[in-house]
Design a protein around this ligand. Structure first.
Ligand code: HEM
Length: 492
């Protein structure tokens, strides 16, 4: 009897393999498929380094297969799209997020990255004005202050051997995001380190869950050790946000909304995101307290690690290419001369080469290599149809290596963003996502820029001062020593 069952199971598995390989209606399958678990074995137990190497392999396999592929994560069929046109089609047709984002729902609830579509449409419309140029101009003073703070901290390390600069960009970006979101500075350093630790832990928990397909099932996950860790972590993070929210709300109600807008002596008015959310909640009844908490936590989560990582990669790249560093310095010299004044919005639109450097750094090392969509309808692509109900991975890492970038796509070459050499394709700048659900945190620069690109204000401002960092200015060697650990494997 057992032998018969075994034979039937083996036959069933062979049939599934045959069907998945020969189903011409589906995009080609990724190599390395195993019956039942599909490609999940490639992720199980994988550390960060392995994940990045694997990502690169999938990118090239997908591009060689025409830009669209099927991946089987356990019983689930997941599509992977690296063709720029098809990427845009999916991004604009289906706006609902999937899996990874849903894992974060107990924490981020109806925040923009995790809400259902109806809530997302309503809330995104309300929040978009918060990222308008007029609003974010109020942050310039904060960015300038933070940039000086970062340089001061790095100065201590200069000339004293290798050090991990991500520790510094991360701390600085966390402080900046906390201030712009909550309107409060981190005066208590131990509080900063707990907050950072718990944010890290949450991200690791989400990634661990994604890697293990059996934990995708809520019922199994509920009984796992990982869920226990998630609950403990969330308790601390929620406590921090709720405490600040309570305090801010009391101030708003006591003093009226105008008290929450700080007038900076030399610049535009600064208003923290939480104050805007409170205003919308109290004056227009747009959000309840829980929704405000979910939005601020989403902005904290989405805002700090991303900016810190872009800075970290850009610093490594610029440090490794002395020619690029020289050109940035020439551009800065032409705009600022020897002045040590603050950066203004007008300056940013002149930093054309620096913007090309940041775009190129984000192309080579996209810190969010994949974005997800749930297909709420069949989607017709150039050469196949993706089926309703499935998950689609919008493969930013793959698009960034598409043949449209030429045979030297792996090369760090900021010049490709200048003049007419940039591919004429809306998906060329994919680092922030594309289409209607693009990252809310990117800030448009004036359309007059040659490459019509997008540059995070904070990244530009911080980089400006970093490049002025005296020790680096003097250095003209090609051999900066880069300390690369797990986190930054893509540099290897
Ligand atoms: C260089 C830095 C950043 C990068 C590379 C980045 C990248 C991304 C990407 C790829 C997405 C997904 C887009 C999609 O699904 O198509 C996203 C979404 C998002 N990002 Fe960013 N981001 C950055 C900075 C920020 C900042 C500073 C904030 C806020 C303070 C932020 C808040 C968000 C939010 C709220 C979403 C969800 C938007 C929605 O679904 O409506 N991001 N980001």
């Amino acid at each position: 009897m057992l032998t018969v069952v075994l034979i039937l199971v083996i036959l069933g598995c062979c049939l599934i393999v045959w069907f998945r390989r020969n189903n011409n209606e589906e995009p080609p399958a990724l190599n390395g498929y195993f019956p039942l678990i599909g490609h999940a074995h490639l992720l199980i137990g994988a550390g960060n380094i392995h994940l990045w190497i694997y990502l690169k392999e999938i990118a090239y396999e997908c591009l060689n297969a025409g830009g669209v592929m099927s991946i089987f994560h356990g019983p689930k069929t997941v599509y992977c799209v690296a063709d720029p046109d098809d990427f845009l089609t999916v991004a604009d047709t289906c706006l609902q997020k999937d899996c990874f984002n849903e894992f974060a729902k107990p924490w981020l609830g109806d925040g923009l990255a995790t809400s259902d579509l109806t809530t997302w449409k309503e809330h995104r419309k309300l929040l978009d004005p918060a990222f308008s140029q007029a609003f974010t101009d109020g942050f310039l003073t904060v960015f300038n202050k933070q940039a000086r703070r970062l340089v001061k901290e790095l100065e201590v390390k200069a000339g004293k051997g290798t050090f991990d600069h991500f520790v510094y960009t991360r701390k600085n970006a966390l402080e900046t995001t906390f201030f712009t979101v909550f309107g409060e500075d981190f005066n208590d350093k131990s509080f900063l380190s707990i907050y950072q630790q718990k944010m890290d832990q949450m991200l690791n928990i989400l990634v661990e869950r994604f890697k293990k397909p059996w934990l995708h099932c809520d019922y199994i996950y509920r009984w796992s050790a990982l869920r226990k860790q998630q609950d403990d972590c969330m308790k601390i993070l929620l406590n921090i946000s709720n405490t600040v929210l309570k305090k801010k709300k009391a101030v708003y109600l006591n003093n009226g909304k105008n008290q929450n807008i700080k007038k900076e002596t030399n610049g535009p008015k600064f208003k923290a995101f939480i104050d805007l959310l409170l205003e919308l909640a109290i004056e227009k009844d747009a959000f309840n307290d829980e929704e405000i908490r979910e939005h601020v936590d989403t902005l904290m989560f989405g805002g700090h690690d991303t900016v810190a990582s872009v800075l970290m990669y850009t610093i490594l790249l610029v440090g490794s290419y002395s020619g690029v560093q020289k050109k940035i310095l020439e551009e800065l010299q032409s705009i600022f001369g020897d002045s040590n004044r603050d950066v203004t919005r007008a300056d940013l639109s002149q930093l054309v080469y620096l913007e090309a450097v940041i775009n190129e750094s984000m192309r080579i090392y996209p810190i969010m290599p994949i974005s997800t969509r749930r297909l709420d309808r069949d989607v017709q692509l150039k050469n196949c149809t993706l089926k309703k109900g499935r998950t689609c991975l919008l493969f930013i890492f793959g698009v960034n290596r598409h043949p449209m970038w030429g045979p030297d796509a792996e090369k760090f070459k900021p010049e490709r963003w200048l003049g007419s050499t940039t591919p004429d394709c809306p998906t060329a700048i994919a680092g922030f996502g594309v289409g209607r659900r693009v990252c809310i945190g990117n800030v448009s620069l004036p359309q007059s820029l040659p490459c019509d690109g997008r540059l995070t204000l904070s990244a530009a401002t911080l980089l400006w001062l970093w490049v002025r960092f005296p020790q680096l200015e003097k250095c003209s060697c090609d051999k900066h020593e880069c300390s690369v650990d797990n986190k930054y494997l893509s540099i290897i």
